[in-house]
Design a protein around this ligand. Structure first.
Ligand SMILES: N[C@@H](CCC(=O)N[C@@H](CS)C(=O)NCC(=O)O)C(=O)O
Length: 342
């Protein structure tokens, strides 16, 4: 009895001590001149292979041909909550990637980071922001439409395709979490600023791919994300028709295109491409995606960083769908496509 009490007391003491040393809080967007971090290079990047926003920043750095010191940081999906480690919380107390560091000062929020990088890249880099004010405004609308925003993107899916991404990724999360031990997810319950995120991961870990369809909040989130993603892609199809392509702003390749390539990459990883672009649906968007994937920046920023846990997660997801028609039905299939073409 005394032994148990001592163990509990020790565990509480550890948690109390660690919580004081792993304080998390929301951070403001953009460049932070008042924060100074140790650095070796002008540009440094804290990022994760799988993270949507990290991919966006890496593609942007590749388009700008900017060198950077790379600091890979694990997310729970790729192994552990390194985002909640003391060393990473010193870089970003919000506990999220990516973080761009310029001359020792962090820049927060990926849509701010790509703009910052484009504005500070120097004259040898490609211009990714148009000079004309009207085009800049248009670019920003499409950057925002692909951005992942706020603490709870699932509650704001109508606002952007980026906010639909976590919803369409739920099955892939469930598949990837098969490789992650439960105790690592529990670290999130102890220290995460937003406890509902690790809670959701625990739920997915417990349900597994096979049990996903029995967890109503998850199936509803998937259905809503498919519905809203269809709307955003319909808007993109119209934009590409009006701009006459090949890019969102027409001839000018911009930060807007960089923001969208990662949405298409997540569709690929989460095995959703056919649902949204298969069988001749949205021909302009499909051709646009192919053009984005053919750029060197896609290989440099995304493909070269492929993570084995993600690759195996996608394979398991495909296998599960091949053996379970009800999973295919849950994940959109013909219903989502028919809805969008009406
Ligand atoms: N709005 C932020 C989103 C950052 C974000 O949520 N990043 C995810 C990966 S894409 C993350 O670090 N999640 C860790 C967690 O929530 O535990 C941005 O655009 O940079």
């Amino acid at each position: 009895m005394l032994g148990l009490a001592l163990i509990l007391l020790g565990a509480f003491g550890w948690w109390f001590w660690e919580s004081r040393n792993r304080r998390t809080h929301a951070v403001g967007p953009g460049y932070q001149p008042s924060i100074e971090l140790p650095h070796e290079q002008a540009f440094e990047l804290y990022h994760n292979a799988f993270s949507l926003c990290s991919k966006k920043l890496r593609v942007c750095m590749a388009e700008l041909d900017l060198d950077y010191e790379s600091h890979p940081i694990d997310l729970i999906e790729t192994g552990s909550y390194e985002t909640l480690s003391r060393h990473f919380l010193a870089v970003n107390p919000a506990g999220t990637v990516p973080v761009l560091v310029h001359n020792g000062h962090p820049v927060y929020e990926s849509h701010e980071q790509i703009r910052y990088a484009a504005d500070h890249a120097g004259e040898d880099s490609e211009a990714l922001v148009p000079e004309e004010e009207q085009l800049r405004r248009e670019m920003q609308i499409w950057v925002d439409l692909a951005s992942l925003t706020g603490d709870d993107p699932l509650a704001a899916m109508a606002e952007s395709a980026g906010n639909c991404v976590p919803g369409i990724t739920l099955p892939l999360f469930a598949s990837m979490l098969k490789e992650i031990p439960t105790h690592r997810i529990l670290v999130g319950l102890l220290f995460h600023r937003l406890r509902f995120r690790p809670f959701l991961f625990l739920l997915m870990k417990a349900a597994g791919l096979g049990g996903l369809k029995r967890v109503k909040p998850l199936t509803q989130a998937i259905e809503r994300s498919i519905h809203h993603m269809n709307r955003h892609l319909d808007d993109l199809e119209i934009q590409l028709e009006e701009s006459k392509g090949p890019w969102i702003l027409g001839e000018f390749f911009s930060l807007a295109d960089i923001s969208w390539v990662v949405v298409f990459d997540r569709m690929r990883e989460a095995d959703f491409t056919d649902v949204f672009l298969g069988e001749g649906r949205r021909e302009r968007v499909a051709a646009y995606r192919d053009r984005l994937f053919a750029r060197e920046s896609y290989s440099r920023g995304i493909w070269n960083h492929e993570h084995p846990t993600v690759r195996r997660g996608t394979e398991r997801l495909r296998e599960a769908k091949a053996n379970d028609p009800s999973l295919v039905a849950l994940l959109g299939g013909s219903m989502a496509a028919g809805e969008s073409s009406s």
